[in-house]
Every structure is written in structure tokens, then in C-alpha cells.
Design a protein around this ligand. Structure first.
Ligand SMILES: [Zn+2]
Length: 152
């Protein structure tokens, strides 16, 4: 990720996270066609016109939001979540959170929005990875195993 335009991100993220993250600018972010796959209850998620979405180490960011540092901060937290949980557990937690609580209250998004709020309100930098490590440790130890979707 070319973070040269963003002065604050390097104070919150390791160099190697910033260097290995790819950012793709798009007019509309790609969302998996979950309702077409029969997962009608995820229709709400599909209909949100999101400013960004992250898969593994690639962030898709809407062109009209490209300059917003806080959005890049948000997507980078997801990069760390994908890394720490691994793809299978990330998807299981994310889908389970969406199903049970909805987008904004799903646990992985709550974690991100909490950190993003600190980024927006506070000036004191912190290590996002360290905070995520302990938050994810809590999440996985309470849940034991990653939640599974109850397939019909
Ligand atoms: Zn998010």
C-alpha cells in the first residue's frame, strides 16, 4: 500500500503490513453474491453501498473515498483480522456475526469501529496489531471453536 499520502497510518501499523497490503480503487466494491447463493439473510449486507471491503491482504476502496485516511485505517484492521484468524476462521466469524447481529454490530466490525473511533478522536498512536491480538484471543477463547453457520 502506498501510504505516502497518509502521515498517521505508519504510527499504527507495522511497515510490513503497510508494504504487503494491496489497495484497489473501484467505483463499486465487490461483494459476494450471497443472496444468489441462497443466503437470503445476507441481503442487507449486499445492499449496503460500502466504501471499502477487504479480502485477505487486498482492500477494495471506492474511488470517491480514496483520500480518506480513516477508511484505510478501517480496512487495515480487517487485514490484521484476516491474518490473525486465518481465512477459514475469519469467514466463519464474519458470517456468523452478520447473521446473528447484523453488519454494524457483528463482533469483527465492532472491533474495527472501536479502533477507528480511537483513531479519529485521539492523537496518541497505538499498535493496532497488539490490540487486535488480545481482542481476537478473547473472541476465540470465549467461542472455543469458530462458530459454524447452521446450514439448513
Ligand atoms: Zn469493516
Amino acid at each position: 500500500m502506498n501510504s505516502s499520502g497518509f502521515k498517521r497510518l505508519p504510527r499504527y501499523y507495522d511497515e510490513n503490513i503497510l508494504a504487503s497490503t494491496k489497495v484497489v480503487f473501484v467505483s463499486r466494491v465487490p461483494v459476494p453474491p450471497l443472496s444468489a447463493m441462497g443466503l437470503a439473510r445476507f441481503g442487507e449486507f449486499e445492499r449496503i453501498d460500502m466504501a471499502g471491503i477487504t479480502y485477505l491482504d487486498t482492500c477494495f476502496v471506492r474511488t470517491d473515498h480514496a483520500h480518506i485516511e480513516s477508511l484505510h485505517f478501517h480496512e487495515l484492521v480487517h487485514v490484521i483480522q484476516w491474518r490473525l484468524l486465518g481465512p477459514e476462521r475469519f469467514l466463519a466469524f464474519y458470517a456468523n456475526g452478520l447473521e446473528r447481529f447484523g453488519y454494524r454490530k457483528s463482533r469483527l466490525e465492532v472491533m474495527v469501529y472501536r479502533l477507528q473511533g480511537r483513531f479519529e478522536r485521539e492523537t496518541q498512536p497505538f499498535s493496532v496489531e497488539a490490540v487486535c491480538q488480545s481482542a481476537i484471543r478473547d473472541l476465540t477463547s470465549h467461542a472455543g471453536r469458530p462458530p459454524s453457520l447452521d446450514c439448513p
